[in-house]
Write a protein that binds this ligand. Structure first.
Ligand SMILES: [Mg+2]
Length: 386
């Protein structure tokens, strides 16, 4: 069996993705995208955007994956078709690990060991695993180590800056049987502590609370904030300081009893090694839409060696990235919890006829082959970015 086709589909979907952690009056318009003007946070899409990848073999087997691309998905698609396709065409899909390594090696000497290039590789890797699953009639987790976790617990994300509104939203999610809620918040420490206090009062002590401050603090402010959060039983402080600052993350992690969770921007074991050796995280957050399944599993296993739990980031990833996150979570001995976006669950699966569905705050790991997602190709094509 040989891979004979690799195609990329950059897609965009309305309704608009509300900017979950920024006030509207602080956003500047950049056409299809927006960015906060009062901090150094990311460029966000007004609509959902990503890049799907389809792989086919000479025997007619098909697999789908997702190169998570919240912005500039056409750039990712171009890399999939110009570079990744070139490397994997003609190979047996069972050589999936070799193909990840060969693709990575093709560009590492040029400094493309992360970013768009590895995102592109990720979708191809997922699609090959999905194809193998359909070929063998097995779910991906059975081929990457087996089922360590039958239930994949999730947390629901919320954002805003008004303590009362945040508390009301959190209470609604608790009523829907979510057992953990993560807040995307930024601002002065006092304002953030008020929000956490209000949410904790609204949902009681039985629901886990996490807080993502999106890299907006310096080390000292992050430690002060974390100590205050500990009084409210906050589970983790996420991305406390700058994304490049592994040493700063380590200082915060060492000072606090609570977990420091981070790493959605790290794509390979080579990057993770440095963060784990420094003690920069108490909980690792690889995004399988960016790492792929092969490297996502290597990261998970490396985390196990360092005795660090894994909570995959998902963010605005579509259903194929979610499904890849579920498969790696199922096969991870140190899985903690998976990210989930409650409000857009159906939107993110709009091109799928079958897909994993959330029940009472968790995904049940199923025996559906591959990633467990049936893709409607016509629907995908109708969403293509012109
Ligand atoms: Mg985050």
């Amino acid at each position: 069996m040989k891979i004979t086709k690799v195609d990329a589909f950059p897609i965009r979907i309305a309704p608009p993705l509300r900017d979950v952690n920024r006030q509207v009056d602080t956003l500047r318009d950049y056409g299809e995208y927006v960015m906060a003007t009062d901090s150094w946070t990311s460029l966000y899409p007004k609509n959902f955007e990503t890049c799907l990848v389809r792989v086919e073999t000479d025997e007619g087997h098909v697999g789908w994956g997702e190169s998570f691309s919240p912005v500039s998905s056409c750039a990712t698609a171009r890399i999939v078709e110009d570079l990744c396709r070139t490397v994997v065409l003609g190979h047996d899909p069972h050589d999936v690990g070799y193909l990840w390594y060969r693709s990575y090696s093709a560009m590492r000497e040029r400094g493309h060991g992360s970013g768009f290039y590895v995102d592109a590789m990720s979708g191809v890797d997922q699609a090959i695993w999905d194809l193998l699953g359909h070929h063998h009639g097995l779910p991906v987790h059975k081929m990457i180590g087996g089922c360590y976790n039958k239930k994949i617990r999730v947390y629901a994300g919320i954002g805003g800056d008004d303590p009362a509104k945040m508390a009301a939203t959190a209470a609604k999610l608790a009523d829907l049987k979510y057992t953990a809620i993560k807040m995307h918040i930024r601002g002065e420490n006092k304002q953030l502590i008020d929000i956490v206090s209000s949410v904790r009062s609204a949902i009681g002590d039985d629901i886990d609370i996490m807080v993502d401050v999106h890299t907006t603090k310096d080390v000292s402010a992050a430690i002060t904030l974390g100590r205050a959060f500990e009084d409210y039983g906050v589970q983790w402080l996420e991305a406390p300081v700058a994304a490049e600052d592994a040493d700063g993350h380590a200082k915060v992690a060492q000072a606090l009893d609570m977990q420091v969770a981070s790493g959605e921007w790290l794509r390979t074991t080579y990057e993770w090694k440095q963060w784990l050796e420094k003690g920069s995280v108490d909980c690792a957050m690889p995004d399988i839409g960016r790492t792929g399944i092969s490297e996502g599993m290597r990261i998970s296993q490396l985390c196990d060696v360092f005795n660090i739990p894994v909570s995959p980031h998902v963010g605005a990833g579509f259903i194929l990235a979610v499904a890849a996150g579920i498969q790696v979570s199922a096969a991870s001995p140190r899985f903690q919890i998976l990210e989930h976006m409650h409000a857009y669950e159906k939107t993110k699966a709009v091109f799928a006829t079958k897909y994993p569905k959330l029940v009472d705050g968790h995904f049940e790991v199923s025996d559906a082959p591959g990633l467990g997602v049936m893709v409607d190709e016509k629907r995908v094509k109708s969403l293509l970015i012109e």
